[in-house]
Design a protein around this ligand. Structure first.
Ligand code: GLV
Ligand code: MN
Ligand code: MN
Ligand code: MN
Length: 432
C-alpha cells in the first residue's frame, strides 16, 4: 500500500462508505427479496434513491438541491460572493460540473455510478463545515439513467444536459408497455420536451466536467494502485437484432430442413467473439441478451432476439468491428436461408480526456503520495456525453475482487474512497 503525504484520516472515506450503504438499501422488489441491487429508471426504488440523494445533498450543505425533469438530482454549492437567495454565484463565476449515475444494471454493484456522486459530496460537506467557499461553484449531478436497462435509451440523463435528448425516446415502451412519457408523469415529472430542453447546460458557464468512478476492471488491482487517471473512454455502439426462421416440430423436422433462428444467433455470437478478439486488445464485443420468444423445449426456434454491444478505443476501430459483425450476420442468415432485423439503439463516440483536466487529476493523485497510473476506460460513462460540450476527465478508484463490476461482488474500501475524496479536494484547490 502506498502512503499518503498527509496523515491518514479515514473520516471522509468512511462518510462516503456510509452514504453508499444507505443508498444501497433501495432495490426493486423481486431483487430486494433476494438481497440483490437493481435500480432502473423511474422505478419506485429509483425514486427512493433520488429522494435519499437529495436529502444527503441538503445535509451535506448544498445551497440548492433540485430534482430535474428527467429525474437527475442536482446539488449546487455556490462559490464565494454568493448571497443566499440569489440564483447563482457572482455573475462571472463559472461552475465545475461533476457527478455520475444512480441507476444500476440488474443485480449490479453498489459503487458503479454512485461513488461519483458521493465523493464530491464529501468535499462539499467538508467545505460547508469549514465555512469555506471556492472561487467557482460546484454542481453535482446524480444522473438518473446511464445503464440503458428499462428503455432502449442509454445516457438519457446526461443527454438532457447536452441537448441531445431524442424526443422519440418519450414514446419508447418498457417491457410492460409503459412509455417513458407515462413513467415520467407517474413520477411527477412533466414528460415534455419543453421541460427537458430547458436542462441543457450552457458550456460558457462551466469550467468542465469531471467524474469519479469505480474502475470496473482489473488494472488498478493488479498494479496495486488505489487511484488511476483516465486517458480516454472507448467508443461504443449498441444494437438489438432478431433472426427470423420457422418454428417447427422438434421431433419431426429433419436437421437439413430446419430454419433454426437460435442456431444462427449461436453462430453469430461465436463470430462476434472471434472478430473482437482478433483486433486491438481493448476491442470487445458482447451478446448480453438472448431470447427465443415463446420458445418451447419441443419446438425448433422460429425467432431469436439478441443484443450487441461493441466497443473499441477509437470510433474507426469500433465501426470496423461493427461492419465485420453486420457482414457476419448477413452471411450466416443467407447461408441458412433466414431473415433478420438489426436496429442500432445507441452510439457513443470515443472520448479522449481533456489534457488540462487529465493533468489536474494527475497532480491530485501525485499529491496523495501515489504514483500516477494512466489507463483507458472500457466502460461507458456520463462523461462520454458531457464530452460533447465540455472538456472532461475521469478519476478511477480501485475495485476489489479484480475490479469485478456489473456484479454484486463489486466492492471498494473506505481507504480508497478517502484517497478519492482527497484527490478531489486537491483538484478543487488547483482551480482556486
Ligand atoms: C455502462 O455501465 C456501460 O459501460 O455499459
Ligand atoms: Mn454500469
Ligand atoms: Mn457507471
Ligand atoms: Mn456505466
Amino acid at each position: 500500500k502506498f502512503g499518503t503525504s498527509s496523515p491518514f484520516h479515514p473520516a471522509l472515506g468512511q462518510r462516503v462508505w456510509d452514504w453508499q450503504e444507505t443508498l444501497a438499501v433501495h432495490s426493486e422488489p423481486d431483487y430486494l427479496a433476494r438481497g440483490e441491487l437493481t435500480v432502473t429508471y423511474l422505478s419506485e426504488a429509483h425514486r427512493a434513491c433520488a429522494a435519499q440523494i437529495a436529502q444527503t445533498m441538503r445535509e451535506a450543505g448544498c445551497d440548492s438541491v433540485t430534482i430535474d425533469a428527467v429525474g437527475n438530482v442536482v446539488g449546487r454549492y455556490e462559490g464565494e460572493g454568493w448571497k443566499a437567495g440569489s440564483p447563482v454565484s457572482g455573475p462571472d463565476a463559472k461552475t465545475l460540473l461533476t457527478g455520475s449515475h444512480y441507476d444500476t444494471v440488474h443485480n449490479g454493484g453498489k459503487y458503479d455510478g454512485r461513488l461519483g456522486i458521493h465523493v464530491p459530496l464529501a468535499c462539499v460537506q467538508q467545505l460547508h463545515a469549514q465555512k469555506k467557499r471556492l472561487p467557482h461553484a460546484l454542481e453535482i449531478v446524480a444522473f438518473a439513467e446511464e445503464e440503458g436497462q428499462r428503455y432502449k435509451a442509454t445516457f438519457l440523463a446526461s443527454s438532457a444536459l447536452t441537448g441531445s435528448f431524442d424526443p422519440a425516446w418519450l414514446d419508447q415502451q418498457d417491457a410492460a408497455g409503459i412509455t417513458m412519457r407515462a413513467a415520467m408523469q407517474a413520477a411527477g415529472l412533466p414528460g415534455t420536451m419543453t421541460a427537458i430542453n430547458a436542462l441543457r447546460r450552457d458550456p460558457a458557464r462551466y469550467l468542465g466536467f469531471v467524474e469519479v468512478h469505480i474502475e470496473q476492471g482489473p488494472v488498478l488491482n493488479q498494479q496495486q494502485r488505489p487511484l488511476g487517471v483516465v486517458t480516454s473512454i472507448n467508443g461504443s455502439v449498441r444494437l438489438l437484432g432478431e433472426v427470423i426462421g420457422l418454428a417447427s416440430h422438434a421431433g419431426t423436422t429433419p436437421m437439413p430442413m430446419r430454419a433454426d433462428a437460435a442456431a444462427a444467433v449461436a453462430e453469430l455470437i461465436l463470430h462476434v467473439e472471434q472478430a473482437a478478439a482478433q483486433r486491438h486488445p481493448d476491442t470487445v464485443g458482447t451478446v448480453g441478451k438472448l431470447d427465443v420468444p415463446g420458445g418451447s423445449i419441443n419446438v425448433v426456434p422460429g425467432r431469436c432476439r439478441f443484443s450487441l454491444d461493441l466497443r473499441a478505443p477509437t470510433n474507426a476501430q469500433r465501426d470496423a468491428l461493427l461492419a465485420d459483425v453486420q457482414e457476419g450476420l448477413r452471411s450466416i442468415c443467407e447461408r441458412r436461408g433466414l431473415r433478420y432485423t438489426l436496429e442500432e439503439t445507441m452510439r457513443a463516440s470515443a472520448a479522449p480526456s481533456s489534457p488540462e483536466w487529465q493533468a489536474r487529476w494527475e497532480a491530485a493523485v501525485a499529491a496523495q503520495g501515489l504514483p500516477v497510473l494512466r489507463l483507458p476506460s472500457g466502460a461507458g460513462h456520463d462523461a462520454m456525453k458531457l464530452h460533447d460540450i465540455l472538456p472532461q476527465a475521469m478519476l478511477f478508484v480501485r475495485g476489489e475482487n479484480n475490479g469485478i463490476s456489473h456484479n454484486p461482488l463489486e466492492s471498494s474500501t473506505a481507504e480508497d474512497m478517502d484517497l478519492a475524496v482527497r484527490a478531489f479536494q486537491h483538484l478543487l484547490t488547483q482551480l482556486a
